[in-house]
Design a protein around this ligand. Sequence first.
Ligand SMILES: Nc1ncnc2c1ncn2[C@@H]1O[C@H](COP(=O)(O)OP(=O)(O)OP(=O)(O)O)[C@@H](O)[C@H]1O
Ligand SMILES: [Mg+2]
Length: 83
Amino acid sequence: MSFAIRAEGLVKRFGSTTALAGVDLAVPAGTILGVLGPNGAGKTTAVRILATLLRPDAGTATVAGYDVLRQPVAVRSRIGLTG
Ligand SMILES: Nc1ncnc2c1ncn2[C@@H]1O[C@H](COP(=O)(O)OP(=O)(O)OP(=O)(O)O)[C@@H](O)[C@H]1O
Ligand SMILES: [Mg+2]
């Protein structure tokens, strides 16, 4: 199966706040994913990591098969993001 997004063990801390505590994600290509959760759950933090705008403290992720940390230009050329 081909995956649009794969993430394993994403961790992000802001000072004493743990925004992401080990997020795993596997999104098959050609599907739509909705991310739901209460305010402060870490949704925007996860999206910012997947969009290469923020570096995780731990964990790995690929978007369209490209590593968000090692191949950010390839990721950015394949995604659109708006606020
Ligand atoms: N730049 C930052 N500096 C400090 N703390 C941050 C920062 N960004 C996010 N946080 C904290 O990390 C946690 C997750 O925030 P995030 O914005 O990812 O949540 P969210 O799920 O998108 O929330 P909302 O539904 O309100 O948009 C919250 O406790 C937030 O206060
Ligand atoms: Mg948000």
